[in-house]
Write a protein that binds this ligand. Structure first.
Ligand code: NAD
Ligand code: MG
Length: 389
């Protein structure tokens, strides 16, 4: 793409699974994308490796100790910012054209919101930000002329199945409903009694995708699909009742739009996040993602089924939360994050993740949420509630 000014990318969450896939897409498109800034958190070694290779002008780290370790390990002087405020600074940086929001969980909300308020193009992986603050985020996107480009594969598939001039947040003309596809996770066929015995290693071994630990556990409980349902309500301006979830174990069809005339439009592709990332980074241009082509003739079948709501109650809990109030969604997300962490550390059984979330939803008072501070306060309240269980 000679002659085109390259997109300057701020990559928040650069040491994670989405961060890695993003850098691989950028490596395949060196003339059209440059890495302006990068953030890491606990894995300082991984951050150092990426900074050495990519030499971003700005880097965000957790604290002063990480800053010292980074600067001692590299041979140039980037601007290094620290803590949550540093992430917000990189998100709003006037020298960044596009922000990849790929921090895991609630920790990604303030920077994603800052990118929206700065009117950025936002390639959004951090679904938890929309779950916690969907209305506020969409209002900020609208008020500041920001653009949301979904990275989550299902939402990216829907986005690609909408008219070319569609902007996230607008109503969809002629829609009957959206279909979110769901692989069913590693325990799709496991009897309910066995689910109390599964280990973190088993839960993190997704049959089709390679992802960070938290989203892998969410995929195993089906909470990931619940979070995605809420994410889709805001991204595509639809009610939760206009979204169906269907099991599709092969994960080839990444989601569908059903129009009122009976047409279903969808996007198909390999289970590799570089495909939706390339789409979001380069939108509306098509670039190489580096992913091997999919040979349809090698696919024996594409199958569909109903999700089992009794064995996997998390999806129903997410539907109930988004219908009840914003505060319910905040509690759903916060208590899920706490419970998943406890499960990963061996302090909680797999089946207790959803039961903790269900218990939490019974304890939420639906008081209105009207600011980012109110969201963060409700998130903190939910975590304190959980800690006292
Ligand atoms: P990951 O655990 O592999 O990486 C998480 C990133 O967030 C790391 O760079 C880490 O340093 C950073 N981070 C974590 N806690 C932080 C904190 N408190 N402060 C600052 N930075 C922090 O996670 P992932 O799988 O890459 O997922 C990232 C986001 O993308 C999640 O919201 C997830 O739901 C979403 N997502 C991931 C996939 C996937 O295939 N991995 C697919 C769709 C959506
Ligand atoms: Mg997804």
């Amino acid at each position: 793409m000679a002659g085109v000014t390259p997109t300057r990318v701020a990559l928040l969450g650069g040491t994670g699974s989405i961060g890695d896939s993003t850098l691989r897409v950028m490596a395949a498109n060196p003339d059209s994308m440059v890495l302006h800034s990068l953030s890491g958190f606990r894995r300082v070694d991984a951050l150092i490796e990426r900074v050495r290779q990519w030499r971003p002008a700005r880097v965000a780290v957790a604290d002063d100790a990480a800053r010292t370790a980074l600067l001692a390990a590299i041979d140039y002087q980037p601007d290094v910012v620290t803590g949550a405020a540093g992430l917000v600074e990189l998100a709003a940086d006037s020298e960044a054209d596009l922000v990849v929001a790929a921090i895991m969980g609630a920790a990604g909300l303030p920077s994603t919101m800052a990118a929206a308020r700065a009117g950025k193009r936002i390639a959004l992986a951090n679904k938890e930000a929309l779950v916690m603050a969907g209305d506020l985020m969409m209002q900020a996107v609208d008020a500041h002329g920001a653009t949301l480009l979904p990275i989550d594969s299902e939402h990216n598939a829907i986005f690609q199945s909408l008219p070319a001039d569609y902007r996230c947040g607008q109503p969809i003309q002629g829609l009957r409903q959206l279909w979110l596809t769901c692989s069913g996770g590693p325990f799709r066929d496991q009897p309910e009694r066995d689910l109390s015995q599964v280990t973190p290693a088993q839960a993190c071994k997704h049959p089709n995708w390679s992802m960070g630990q938290k989203i892998s556990v969410d995929s195993a409980t089906l909470m990931n699909k619940g979070l995605e349902l809420i994410e889709a309500c805001y991204l595509f301006n639809v009610a939760s009742t206009d979204i169906r979830v269907v099991l599709h174990p092969q994960s080839i069809i990444h989601s569908l739009v059903e129009y009122r005339d009976g047409s279903f439009i969808s996007q198909l592709g390999r289970t590799d996040m570089r495909v939706p990332i390339a789409n979001a980074l380069a939108h509306p241009v098509r670039v190489d993602s580096g992913v091997e082509p999919l040979d349809l003739a090698q696919l024996s079948q594409l199958t569909f089924d109903q999700p089992d709501n009794d064995r996997f109650p998390a999806l129903g809990l997410a539907r109930a939360a988004v219908t009840a109030s914003q505060r319910h969604s905040i509690w759903l997300n916060a208590v899920n994050e706490c419970a998943v962490e406890d499960f990963l550390c061996g302090r909680l059984r797999f089946d207790q993740i959803a039961s903790r979330v269900g218990h939490a939803l019974e304890c939420v008072a639906p008081a209105p949420i009207d600011s980012l501070d109110a969201v963060l306060e409700a998130d903190d309240h939910a975590r304190r509630w959980y800690a006292e269980l």
